[in-house]
Ligand binder design. Structure first.
Ligand SMILES: *[C@@H]1O[C@H](CO)[C@@H](O)[C@H](O)[C@H]1NC(C)=O
Ligand SMILES: *[C@@H]1O[C@H](CO)[C@@H](O)[C@H](O)[C@H]1NC(C)=O
Ligand SMILES: *[C@@H]1O[C@H](CO)[C@@H](O)[C@H](O)[C@H]1NC(C)=O
Ligand SMILES: *[C@@H]1O[C@H](CO)[C@@H](O)[C@H](O)[C@H]1NC(C)=O
Ligand SMILES: *[C@@H]1O[C@H](CO)[C@@H](O)[C@H](O)[C@H]1NC(C)=O
Ligand SMILES: *[C@@H]1O[C@H](CO)[C@@H](O)[C@H](O)[C@H]1NC(C)=O
Ligand SMILES: *[C@@H]1O[C@H](CO)[C@@H](O)[C@H](O)[C@H]1NC(C)=O
Length: 334
């Protein structure tokens, strides 16, 4: 669902590029090895990256863009660039340099192309973009993550139609999905369905206990804790799931979903849980199976759908987060 306003940053960034040779596969060194216990990543490289990088669990990050966050990279987290959509095509011209500078092993395709508020493209446009900008990286040893659609019917159909338009010329190494709902069993079914459809490894690059239809029941803090526990456990234990990233670091959908508190500058208890640092018993009032008890203030929700039916509202950009994202990326230029 994310949308970084990077016009100024990207213009400056383009000027600073230098030509360089493509790295060969043997030059690429993963900052941290990814194992069953280090699939977790940060959706957005901001927050206290150094703190998030403590322990084994969190190993990578992405920024919905080709721009790394120097703090997150310095903390040893592996940067995974994304070609978000048309607005980053110009910057993607520098992808060889970005790959070389960041020991990039993997890139991600377009962000929620099925939504007007997101990458917003037809499957044919998506196929053309992928074939021109992403597929060629494959023969240089870079792994390719598919477009990230939400798990609803709209997203599923988009991915299906995109692959049909590609006619064999789009070959993602793994499938990427986003999903928001309040039912952990439903989440698991959606991941399993995607695997059953394409038989490829899976990355879940946005998920949380949240229904994007505002007047539907939402998760309480206890629901959130239980939901994260159940879903993360499933992701950790499922071999075809390679990596995942909770949404979000600061949260624009529900303050209770945040793994980082912008005001205190601290990783939240939920963030510690995501890092695998909490092992006290789960709250007895929490419910991960859809009968959630929480409520959030109407009007505080934002973002793409993924509510099973794919009929969520489209995203609105929250200025404070956009600013924070830009701030996180600005030090690159210095
Ligand atoms: C890339 O790998 C080299 C060699 O291990 C290392 O020195 C460098 O810090 C890495 N760069 C990043 C951004 O991870
Ligand atoms: C997805 O495609 C199927 C079959 O073409 C169609 O029946 C269904 O209505 C579509 N769903 C959405 C949400 O567009
Ligand atoms: C949660 O999802 C599961 C699996 O789809 C479903 O069987 C169950 O009825 C759902 N629970 C609620 C309360 O909707
Ligand atoms: C889930 O909670 C149980 C019980 O507290 C704990 O043992 C387990 O490590 C937790 N798993 C995750 C992935 O948080
Ligand atoms: C990861 O976990 C799965 C499921 O528990 C297991 O089958 C697999 O061998 C594990 N892989 C590694 C590299 O530990
Ligand atoms: C987890 O529990 C064990 C024993 O119950 C304890 O020794 C350990 O310190 C706990 N770890 C964390 C991170 O709370
Ligand atoms: C959850 O909700 C479903 C349908 O909304 C209901 O049938 C079920 O009994 C509820 N489960 C619990 C544990 O409250």
């Amino acid at each position: 669902m994310f949308n970084l306003p990077l016009t100024t940053v990207t213009t400056l960034f383009s000027l600073s590029q230098l030509a360089s040779a493509y790295p060969t596969t043997k030059d690429i060194i993963l900052p941290r090895d990814v194992t069953n216990s280090s699939k977790a990543g940060l959706a957005g490289g901001w927050g206290d990256a150094e703190r998030f990088a403590e322990g084994e669990k969190i190993s990578w990050y992405y920024t919905w863009s080709p721009f790394p966050n120097p703090e997150a990279s310095a903390a040893g987290l592996e940067f995974v660039p994304m070609l978000w959509g048309q607005k980053h095509v110009e910057d993607w011209a520098n992808i060889d340099q970005i790959i070389a500078d960041n020991n990039v092993t993997t890139v991600l395709g377009m962000n929620e192309p099925e939504y007007t508020g997101q990458a917003n493209m037809t499957p044919a446009e998506g196929a053309a973009m992928w074939i021109e900008f992403i597929e060629p990286l494959k023969e240089r040893g870079i792994r390719l993550g598919s477009v990230a659609t939400t798990s609803g019917g709209l997203g599923k159909n988009w991915t299906r139609d995109w692959l049909a338009e590609c006619d064999g010329r789009c070959n993602p190494d793994f499938m990427v999905m986003h999903t928001y709902n309040v039912n952990a069993s439903r989440f698991i079914v959606e991941v399993e369905e995607l695997y059953a459809t394409y038989q490829k490894p899976i990355w879940v690059t946005e998920w949380a206990c949240h229904d994007h239809i505002e007047d539907k029941p939402q998760c309480s803090m206890d629901d959130m804790i239980v939901y994260m526990n159940v879903t993360q456990q499933f992701l950790d234990e499922t071999e075809y799931v390679e990596r995942y990233a909770w949404f979000g670091v600061p949260s624009i959908i529900n303050p209770d979903a945040a793994t980082y508190d912008e005001n205190s500058g601290e990783v939240t208890p939920l963030g510690e849980q995501f890092m695998g640092e909490r092992n006290e018993s789960l709250p007895v009032d929490g419910n991960a199976d859809g009968n959630v008890t929480g409520s959030i203030t109407p009007g505080t929700t934002a973002g793409g759908g993924g509510n099973g039916g794919g009929n969520g509202v489209s995203a609105t950009w929250i200025p404070s987060i956009g600013y924070l994202g830009a701030l996180a990326i600005l030090p690159l230029l210095c």
